[in-house]
Design a protein around this ligand. Structure first.
Ligand code: SAH
Ligand code: SF4
Length: 346
């Protein structure tokens, strides 16, 4: 539990002995100013002390480790809940925007072999407050560093967000309503849980959807992404089409480029057919190294060739940079374990 799990009326109950405007002050302190109760100078000292002592009001996570890379432009937090559960979030400052990548589950049950989270297995779902607290921490840090507002939130940290649908949905509602982060600035990345995509399609909240495709035929995709056996590519593409028709939002395909596995010309041609059909933007991510997967990421030349092939087939494509690699904080490297000391400030 976290203070960010409390609904407004629960906060009001905690402050029942206070004048009612205190509730709004506290709520605003939590979601707009990102301060600790002790820092809310408009509240009386005894009230601040009372709030600080209430278990319902404690933060969900403590920071086990904070590590920086990319010359301070990327920050990774390893966080621990009181039951010992560990998750990670990554804050990235770019020239014109600030993005945080948050976890939706501790571990992941999907078992994609090339992903450090998948290699470590599922631990538990994160609560609404636990997901939200990661965003609040990031917004506070971005402000403290003079980076300004937190612009984007991507659910691309540990876990499969559509396997924790209700909590992810409620957390996004909170960011929208209480933190002023628009749905258009929020991206859910999914391995391709078809019922979850369909549920999202009928939700009035219109976030961006990223589908981690990695292979455009069922045989290869089932090897890379085991859940493909349950939700094969034709069903996945139909669900994406429904999502697009209902929401008119942007769809992207994520593709981790793995040397000799999915970076051949034939892979690009197959991918182009799917991307054109759904007018999807393709994000290429050179595979980041993880302990449990020994095939290398594609070389930068191979990634460039793959990109050019897609472009010549009329597909919009971006090569993602490898932010956070120096601290094992890049895509697919989040495993919830501390770094060796020597790597802390890579
Ligand atoms: N479970 C969700 C979101 C978390 S994974 C999903 O799979 O989409 C976030 C992204 O990192 C996904 O696109 C995933 O495929 C990618 N990824 C996983 N392992 C990776 C690795 N070793 N290198 C590069 N990208 C990786
Ligand atoms: Fe889970 Fe996504 Fe990693 Fe697959 S890539 S194991 S779905 S976190």
């Amino acid at each position: 539990m976290s203070r960010y799990d409390l609904a407004l009326d629960q906060v009001a109950d905690l402050l029942s002995a206070e004048p009612s405007y205190r509730v709004g002050q506290l709520w605003e302190g939590m979601y707009r100013r990102f301060v600790e109760p002790a820092e809310l100078s408009e509240l009386s000292r005894p009230l601040r002390a009372h709030l600080a002592s209430m278990p319902e009001f404690a933060p969900a996570f403590s920071v086990v480790e904070e590590s920086e890379s990319d010359r301070g432009a990327t920050l990774k937090w390893l966080l621990a809940a009181s039951d010992g559960t560990r998750v990670e979030s990554v804050l990235m400052g770019y020239r014109r925007r600030v993005t945080v990548c948050v976890s939706s589950q501790a571990g992941c049950a999907m078992g994609c072999g090339f992903c450090a989270t998948g290699q470590s297995g599922f631990v538990r779902q994160l609560s609404v407050g636990e997901i939200t607290e990661q965003v609040v921490r990031a917004a506070r840090e971005a402000r403290a560093r003079g980076w300004g507002r937190l612009d984007n939130v991507v659910l691309m940290g540990m876990g499969e967000p559509l396997s924790n649908y209700a909590n992810v949905r409620a957390a996004i509602g909170r960011w929208n309503k209480d933190m002023g982060i628009g749905a258009r600035s929020i991206t859910i990345s999914t391995v391709g849980i078809v019922p979850g995509i369909l549920k999202l399609a009928s939700d009035p909240m219109q976030v961006n959807l990223a589908v981690s495709l990695h292979a455009a035929n069922d045989e290869l995709r089932s090897q890379l992404v085991p859940i493909n056996r349950r939700y094969p590519i034709p069903a996945l593409m139909d669900a994406c089409e429904t999502y697009l028709e209902r929401t008119r939002r942007r769809l992207s395909f994520e593709w981790a480029c793995i040397a000799g596995v999915n970076d051949r010309q034939s892979d690009a041609m197959e991918l182009a057919v799917l991307a054109r059909r759904l007018r999807a933007h393709v994000n290429l991510i050179p595979l980041n190294p993880t302990p449990g997967y020994l095939v290398a990421g594609s070389t930068s030349q191979a990634v460039a060739r793959f990109r050019d092939e897609l472009t010549s087939q009329g597909v919009n494509v971006t090569v993602r940079n490898t932010r956070g690699r120096g601290v094992n904080g890049a895509c697919g490297q989040l495993a919830g374990s501390p770094l060796a000391l020597s790597r802390r400030r890579a």
